[in-house]
Write a protein that binds this ligand. Structure first.
Ligand code: S3P
Length: 441
């Protein structure tokens, strides 16, 4: 089967209620916590995507059983020291930075060396950012070119607590060290620039020995060794990062309205809502509730007639880090010049996303000025795209594919888009194209 799609027409107006797939960050964290619990944990609506299945395969390799029935996943945890595995195992994190980086934190006391590999994209990403702090606990790492996968982790049974300053706003780095600290006698102190806090909320919900003080720009976190994790039954909410494609599809379509049900709106993830509201998109949060420490709500969005440019405050960068590609499309249709800066982290994702954002906008015909870590987008509310556009990302970034599809469905003109790597949606959002088909009905 061909692995590209062709889009020729702008989507017609729609009024729909949709549900997007489960949250990827919470799904992976649930798998990891449940794998160390004392007994059987169950999740409903676990994201069944390649990243999460890679997490399931990883814990299977570590001797933990799992089972699936309809919408229910069970993990048969043994206890905090319940991983049992042979010498010389290799774990494949595939495309998932979250899985690779968080799991290494949990494995710093491994009695045998463990090799970690990943796909082409993950093998280009920086693992020194976590091998450095995890080595300070006393474990050792051998990395390809001192920075990349494949790597081998040599664990230690004599771990010492550390003091760690996380200054990139990376939840993966912060969580990796929290997991390392959970294995280590004594108190580990973390000062972390604000980033998504699902790991901390799960630790709190499970009554694990963690203390968190929040200041304006940083979180101060203390973690002690964990002796026992109780089982964790969880209904995974929908993913705001997946929702963001439909928020923007609706905002940029004519006479349309959407209600996205039961989405995780943890404030450390809702930068896209703050940014798009500032740009004039009509978004209403309905039916708000709290579930196991996480905020959940339905998100209603209407077509937006007049969009304003934005000088995006850098304090929103971390809470919108996975959504910038799609936000750039709104900037392209806004009146005025938008400016997004201090975004060096964006080029360190599954593909260099700042570069890809720029490429997509240029192909559409939008003027941009970029530096290594910033982009100015000269918006044009009346832009028409009248050409053939081919999008082919060698690193097969799922968000490059989905952003391109939304662009193809929302920009006016007689364009034909050939968008490669359709299968990449399996990484994070397997239902993406089905929902689009449903909106067309
Ligand atoms: C994630 C953290 C972010 C994000 C990624 C998921 C997580 O990465 O981009 O998609 O689940 O912790 P960084 O921590 O590298 O910013």
């Amino acid at each position: 089967m061909s692995n590209f799609i062709i889009v020729k027409k702008r989507i017609k107006n729609f009024k729909k209620k949709i549900t997007v797939n489960g949250d990827k960050s919470i799904s992976i964290r649930w798998v990891l916590f449940a794998s160390l619990a004392n007994g059987v944990s169950q999740a409903q609506n676990l994201l069944m995507s390649e990243d999460v299945l890679a997490a399931i395969k990883a814990i299977n390799k570590l001797g933990i059983k799992t089972s699936f029935k309809k919408n229910l996943c069970k993990i048969y945890g043994k206890n905090i020291d319940g991983y049992k595995f042979k010498k010389n195992i290799t774990i494949n994190a595939q495309n998932s930075g979250t899985l690779g980086r968080l799991l290494l934190g949990l494995l710093i006391n491994t009695p045998y060396p463990i090799k970690l590999i990943g796909d082409k994209s993950l093998s280009k990403r920086d693992f020194k950012r976590i091998s450095d702090p995890l080595s300070k606990f006393g474990s050792k790492f051998k990395l390809r070119d001192k920075k990349n996968l494949p790597l081998t982790l040599y664990g230690s049974n004599n771990l010492k607590p550390i003091k760690y300053f996380e200054n990139k706003g990376s939840a993966q780095c912060k969580s990796s060290v929290i997991f390392g600290a959970m294995r280590t006698n004594g108190t580990t102190y973390i000062k972390a620039k604000k980033s998504r806090n699902h790991s901390e909320l799960l630790c709190k919900y499970l009554n694990l020995p963690i203390k968190i003080k929040t200041t304006k720009n940083y979180d101060l976190i203390e973690v002690k060794k964990v002796k026992k994790i109780k089982t964790l039954n969880y209904k995974i909410p929908s993913d705001i990062s997946s929702s963001s494609f439909f928020i923007v599809l609706t905002a940029l379509s004519k006479n349309s309205k959407i209600l996205i049900k039961n989405v995780n709106i943890n404030p450390s993830r809702t930068g896209i809502i703050t940014i798009l509201k500032k740009m004039g998109v009509k978004i209403i949060l309905k039916n708000k509730k709290i579930y196991k420490g996480e905020k959940i709500s339905d998100i209603q969005v209407c077509s937006s007639r007049s969009l304003k440019s934005i000088n995006c405050p850098t304090k929103l960068n971390s809470s919108a880090i996975d959504e910038f590609l799609i936000i750039f499309l709104v900037a392209a249709r806004a009146k005025g010049v938008s400016y997004f800066k201090d975004l060096e982290e964006l080029n360190k994702k599954e593909s260099p996303r700042l570069e890809w954002g720029n490429k997509i906008l240029r192909k559409i015909g939008i003027k941009t000025i970029t530096t290594k870590n910033s982009i100015k987008i000269f918006g044009n509310p009346n832009i028409k795209v009248n050409k053939k556009i081919i999008i082919q990302d060698k690193l097969k970034d799922h968000r490059v594919f989905m952003t391109s599809v939304i662009a193809a469905l929302t920009f006016e003109g007689n364009s034909v888009w050939h968008i490669h790597n359709k299968d990449s949606i399996q990484t994070s959002f397997p239902n993406f194209l089905n929902i689009i088909q449903d909106l067309k009905k």
